[in-house]
Design a binder for this molecule. Structure first.
Ligand code: CP
Ligand code: NVA
Length: 311
């Protein structure tokens, strides 16, 4: 992998993505104790400005399983951008830890840390992107349907948010058709659509958006949803609950999809809002395999970035 950071999926080439999937699959097959040399003596710094369960724990366990350590710093504890300049934090942390994973609000914070760090910086979720999630999602889709995903239909039903954006980038790079169904006013910007087109290649058409959840779900192989109000949008939650109600992933919507459809959710889920209990707990749901893959994909990302650093 050529890139030094994982700020967004745009840091990766198609070949980098393939390397991540191959490394993930190999690490998954391997006895965990045989990977202990990969990060021996290395430390992952975790700087988090928003709550997390999956991302924090899977990164910490990933470092343990690779033979290294991790240290958690809340964004407010280190006063990111408040107590001292972001570039000073990046330069000092680069002297202590070997790789940094950052969860925060603005993408520009991750970009500024990366621009000033001498170690790899990984985006552990911003308002704009969640690249580790999207890579784990595509890993899960490949495990369920095989590595040729070009004939699948991925339907994302809900808010065109960080999770949808990163998955759309991965889908375009992997030539996998994806449609996002969201209410008016909650679709991707024209600017982002142009960027997606660039990832897909000039004449290719892998991405579309609609306001019609039923049309999106029809004949889908994958139905994906996420919460309607992301972290930082709590004050809009009530309003969004009304606006997004027709976009709930429930048994009626699922009935429109292919028989073998898998249901995905990055979690945490608001059961009874964007997804019903029967669908979440039903036979099509792969949400826990998907959550598990966060660990395996992040082990692969850490391995590759730490090895790059050694070079
Ligand atoms: N999916 C995900 O990133 O979960 P957490 O917010 O719990 O880390
Ligand atoms: N879109 C959600 C994802 C949580 C993992 C959020 O940003 O809160």
């Amino acid at each position: 992998m050529q890139c030094k950071h994982l700020r967004t999926i745009a840091d990766l080439t198609r070949e980098d993505i393939e390397e991540i999937f191959e490394t993930t699959t190999a690490l998954k097959r391997q006895d965990v104790t045989t990977a202990l040399d990969i990060a021996r003596g290395k430390t992952l710094g975790l700087v988090f400005g928003k709550p997390s369960m999956r991302t924090r724990v899977s990164f910490e366990v990933a470092m343990t399983q690779l033979g290294g350590h991790s240290t958690y710093m809340s964004q407010s504890d280190i006063g990111l951008g408040k107590r001292e300049a972001i570039k000073d934090i990046a330069r000092v942390l680069s002297r202590y830890v070997d790789v940094l994973a950052v969860r925060t609000f603005g993408q520009e914070i991750v970009d500024e840390l990366a621009a000033n760090a001498t170690i790899p910086v990984i985006n552990a979720l911003t308002d704009y992107a969640h690249p580790c999630q999207a890579l784990a999602d595509m890993q899960t889709i490949r495990e369920k349907f095989g590595t040729d995903t070009t004939k699948l239909k991925i339907a994302f039903i809900g808010d065109s948010n960080n999770v949808a954006r990163s998955l759309a980038m991965v889908c375009c790079m992997c030539k996998t058709p994806m449609v996002v169904a969201s209410p008016e006013g909650y679709a991707f910007s024209e600017n982002f659509l142009h960027r997606l087109q660039a990832y897909a290649g000039e004449d290719a058409q892998f991405f579309s958006q609609t306001h019609d959840p039923q049309a999106a779900a029809k004949d889908a192989d994958v139905i994906y949803t996420d919460i309607w109000a992301s972290m930082g949008q709590e004050s809009e939650a009530e309003e969004r609950r009304e606006i997004f109600r027709p976009y709930q992933v429930n048994a009626d919507l699922l009935a429109l999809a292919r028989e073998h459809v898998i249901v995905m959710h990055c979690l945490p889920a608001h059961r009874g809002e964007e997804i019903t209990d029967d669908v979440m707990d039903g036979p099509h749901s792969v949400v826990y395999d998907q959550a598990e893959n966060r660990l395996h994909v992040q082990k692969a990302i850490l391995k590759i970035l730490l090895e790059n650093g050694r070079g």
